[in-house]
Write a protein that binds this ligand. Sequence first.
Ligand code: PA5
Ligand code: NI
Length: 184
Amino acid sequence: QIIQPPLVAWANGAFSHAPVIRKTTRIQDLTAVFADGQAWRSCDPQLPVYTVEMLETPAGEGELWTGVTHLNPGKVGNEFFMTRGHFHARREQGEVYFGLRGQGLLLLQDEHGKARLETVCAGSVHIIPGFTAHRLINTGSEILSALAVWPTIAGHDYAALQGGFALRVQEENQQICVCEVQNG
Ligand code: PA5
Ligand code: NI
């Protein structure tokens, strides 16, 4: 018996031949995520920042989610559009990201607050170890798309990062600028 598996178009991350769960995160959903609150309030609250499409998968021990994040280009004030970012609720669980299109950064931060950045582009492979928070940042002018695979048992812990990440990525004089945050 030959089965048609789901397809992902490497050029743009579009899934086909499978049911997909889709969630769009808008400016209004990203309270206290961007540094410039005044600039955030002046944005269209309905403006989509990113959409995640996931293959429908039975959850459970040993199962894996497969999803693509499409992060739009844009800025709030001078800070590039980014995902909310999270630790996994099950801290020891890792994840793998594969860059598909666009230009950006993957911000990684350990439990001691030590942060680092990896460049994301078509073909980049990012091994996110356990105990490591992660956030995508679109520093380009096109959509940044990345494929991710992670255990369904991992879960998301957004609350642990309410104080924010230790680094912010902004545009200054048309240059990408990484700033260290005090008390991040
Ligand atoms: O599992 C992941 O890490 C990704 O699929 C993210 O959930 C996705 O990029 C959206 O980011 P966040 O969950 O931080 O809003
Ligand atoms: Ni994750």
